[in-house]
Write a protein that binds this ligand. Structure first.
Ligand code: FES
Length: 365
């Protein structure tokens, strides 16, 4: 069997823009952000959605930045619906008023994923760097549910807000969300830049895990609670993106087609854009997608590991960030010979256990 055979993508992440009213210090966007003038046009995005659907993709995650910073968001959603794609709108909730939400509901946006930065105004507004964000988000969440749109809250945890995990789950239940993703920060982009001020302690992580397990028992089927732990405390790597070039692709605001949102950090790869090639050519034939696709590229001990088609080698961007080689074994893995690089990061964070606006570098252009 050819281990590098590619099936069509299941879903695409459309980063419509890097513009965003929030300035979260863990933003997964690259630290070099793309300005408005470089963004794909309405027609270019519509063509991308048609190409993705023709390839067999089922879903588009409309993301950013803040997707609603695009004045043509409604046109883009209409184009995705016309192409036959299921839309998940990932938003801060700060740029969609009632009238705009009515239009999006009428177009047929079935699902909204709303970011929450804390369980109260003080935390939420401080983390996002936006006064008044908490109150707007609460109203937006209620407005989404009132229109019959399925709501997921995306609660991003780090050292400064871990203690609010239980309250954020309660908030999701009170707002009528169908699901909450309790996700520890992942350390790419701005998150990597601020890692020493964001990594939770082992005790904090264990507390959150206990809270999530108890809340799952208490909530039953009423609220789906997904939980994403920080890789740095894991023994086995996650199957990042379900494997490089296996199920998902990301399109940056200026049209670069990426195997993951952080792929541009792998600077020995060249990423084609939809302005130059078709999505299909890029997905199936580009070196950027084929270099780490499948299992042939894997070094030892991955190559002879029973789990190589389970974790697909973990995360290439993390291997690059921690050991300087995107082709290395993910140092999260207990079999990696370079796991001390990950342990060093935990030690550095423990040495300076401060967190908060005073020490974070906020996202900015
Ligand atoms: Fe790029 Fe994991 S974030 S492979």
């Amino acid at each position: 069997m050819n281990q590098n055979h590619a099936d069509p993508p299941l879903a695409i992440l459309a980063e419509l823009t890097h513009r965003c009213p929030l300035r979260c210090p863990y933003c997964s966007n690259p630290t070099a952000l793309v300005g408005r003038s470089g963004e794909l046009s309405t027609a270019e995005w519509a063509d991308v959605f048609r190409q993705a659907a023709d390839m067999g993709a089922l879903q588009v995650h409309m993301s950013g930045g803040e997707p609603a910073a695009r004045k043509d968001l409604e046109k883009l959603c209409q184009a995705a619906v016309d192409a036959g794609l299921y839309i998940n709108l990932i938003t801060s909730g700060l740029m969609i008023d009632g009238a705009r939400l009515d239009r999006l509901a009428a177009i047929g946006v079935p699902h909204v994923q709303l970011s929450v930065q804390g369980s109260d105004a003080a935390m939420c507004d401080a983390v996002g760097g936006y006064d008044g964000a908490f109150a707007i988000k609460q109203d937006f969440a209620r407005a989404v549910v009132a229109r019959g749109i399925s709501l997921t809250l995306n609660a991003v945890l780090h050292r400064a807000n871990c203690h609010q995990a239980g309250d954020m789950i309660t908030m999701a239940r009170d707002l009528g969300a169908a699901r909450i993703e309790v996700a520890h920060t992942q350390y790419y982009g701005w998150g990597l830049l601020n890692r020493d001020g964001l990594l939770p302690s082992r005790d904090q992580l264990d507390d959150v895990t206990r809270i999530v397990e108890q809340a799952r028992k208490d909530s039953g089927a009423d609220l789906q609670i997904d939980y994403v732990v920080p890789d740095y405390y894991a023994e086995t790597p996650k199957a990042c993106m379900a494997g490089w070039g296996r199920r998902f692709l990301t399109i940056s605001p200026e049209g670069k087609v990426l195997p993951c949102h952080a792929a541009e950090t792998v600077d020995h790869l060249t990423f084609d854009t939809v302005r130059d090639k078709t999505l299909s050519e890029i997905w199936y034939d580009s070196p950027a997608f084929n270099t780490y696709r499948g299992t042939d590229w894997m070094p030892e001990p991955c190559q002879s590991c029973d789990l190589k088609e389970v974790d697909w080698g973990g995360c290439r961007c993390q291997a690059l960030a921690l050991v300087g080689d995107a082709g290395a074994t993910d140092p999260v893995c207990s079999k990696s010979g370079q796991r001390e690089k990950l342990l060093d990061a935990l030690t550095d964070a423990a040495v300076s256990p401060k967190a908060g606006p005073d020490i974070w570098t906020y996202r900015q252009f």
